[in-house]
Design a protein around this ligand. Structure first.
Ligand SMILES: [Zn+2]
Length: 415
């Protein structure tokens, strides 16, 4: 099946231009540029011959009907919202490629067995309401009535925002798809890292999406005058914290030496009183651990907290830690992994398997149906910043592998 390469390029260009003019590329969910981008996308879906609807969770869905509705839908898509001052291709590539796949099927007179659904998920990036993946959560039954009460800085509740986006929050439970409605989901995305580039591979076949655990640690010492408190009498919370920070880095590198993926980060630090002439009395740290191995995800923080407790004891400090959040490790379906790998081979594109270190809507779709992802390289691994860049050749490669994969999944019923 031949994709229209020019159309992919034009749509990527057009869609990215819905942005706050002064700070490209900024298209936050629920804002005016986002609404305009959505209107445009819905129009493009209609031109492509898809029937469009917005589901109760505010997801925009375009459907190309298949010949056998009992098979359920094969779905593909991603998101068109961005972070503030984000990148041009994060999210939109997956939406544009899914749309191109469906449109090319129609133009090539290919009648799919399954319904083909092109999905633009509502607000994948962390929203101003304190929650990410709003649309895919709703679609998989993971958006609770508590979530709907979350409020943004100007006091608007999430349920009001979902309504503005065309959803029906009072029916949010009905946004949840039943498992036999969906036969599979495949998402194309830019890698957002440097693994493909450094391995000179064209396609990344995602095996799993890392689990994420986040913790807060509060280290308490004693705030004193920095001039009158001799070194041996101090209980300096920042000295304790510095040992922990160093340990997170070395311990994570020890894990990374064997076969698996683990990254750990102290990303936020608050020091009190944070003054040039005061001994730090309290430090708050956040620890984030991501891994594709469940036992590493469990053991790393346990080991680290044991170390931190001892280090604080030595410095006569108190430490309290608590888990802030836990996003489960998601395995991609073997069926989809193999289909993507075969499709890349058929198209003569080099590929490698890899975990995804970033979260995606696929995490939630995997709860509903066999799900998988493929990545294309992005320049120097830059993402979530205006420097984010890809080559059109890579974008087309990714779209071709996506289309080939969906075709293969659709044709499985013939075998
Ligand atoms: Zn994304």
């Amino acid at each position: 099946m031949k994709l229209n390469e020019k159309r992919i390029e034009q749509r990527l260009s057009k869609l990215s231009e819905f942005t706050i003019p002064g700070s490209p590329w900024t298209r936050r969910a629920f804002t005016e540029p986002y609404a305009r981008a959505r209107d445009w996308l819905e129009h493009e879906m209609t031109i492509a011959g898809l029937t469009t609807r917005i589901d109760h969770g505010g997801n925009l869905i375009g459907t190309l009907p298949g010949t056998n509705h009992a098979l359920g839908s094969l779905a593909s898509g991603s998101h068109i919202d961005t972070v503030v001052d984000g990148g041009r291709y994060d999210g939109i590539l997956g939406v544009v490629a899914a749309l191109e796949t469906a449109q090319s099927m129609k133009e090539n007179n290919y009648q799919p067995h399954h319904n083909i659904e092109v999905i633009d998920f509502l607000s994948e990036e962390p929203s101003d309401y304190g929650i990410s993946c709003i649309g895919s959560r709703a679609m998989s039954g993971n958006l609770s009535s508590d979530h709907l009460q979350y409020t943004n800085a100007s006091g608007e509740k999430l349920h009001e925002a979902i309504r503005r986006a065309g959803g029906t929050p009072e029916k949010i439970q009905n946004a949840c798809r039943s498992k036999n409605e969906l036969a599979g989901f495949v998402e194309l995305h830019i890698e957002q890292g440097r693994v493909l580039e450094s391995n000179t591979k064209k396609i990344g076949v995602v095996t799993n999406i890392v689990g994420i655990k986040r913790f807060e640690m509060i280290i308490t010492g004693r705030s004193d005058h920095s001039g009158t408190t001799p070194m041996n009498l101090r209980q300096d919370a920042l000295v304790g914290a510095s040992k922990i920070i160093e340990r997170v880095n070395t311990q994570a590198k020890e894990y990374q030496t064997t076969n698996g993926y683990l990254v750990a980060t102290i990303g936020a630090i608050h020091v009190r009183p944070n003054a040039v002439n005061a001994v730090p009395g309290e430090v708050r740290l956040t620890l984030e651990v991501r891994s594709d191995k469940q036992d590493w995800l469990d053991h790393f923080p346990e080991q680290l907290i044991t170390f931190a407790t001892k280090a604080c004891e030595t410095e006569r400090l108190q430490i309290k830690s608590r888990q802030l959040s836990y996003m489960h490790l998601t395995d991609c379906a073997d069926l989809v992994i193999q289909t993507i790998t075969r499709s890349a081979n058929t198209l003569d594109l080099s590929s490698m398997t890899m975990p995804s270190g970033a979260g995606h809507d696929s995490v939630f779709m995997a709860q509903l149906c066999p799900t998988g992802m493929l990545f294309i390289p992005c320049l120097d691994g830059r993402s979530h910043c205006p420097e984010e860049s890809i080559t059109m050749e890579d974008a087309i490669n990714g779209a071709n592998v996506l289309a080939q994969s969906i075709l293969s999944l659709d044709q499985r019923v013939e075998k």
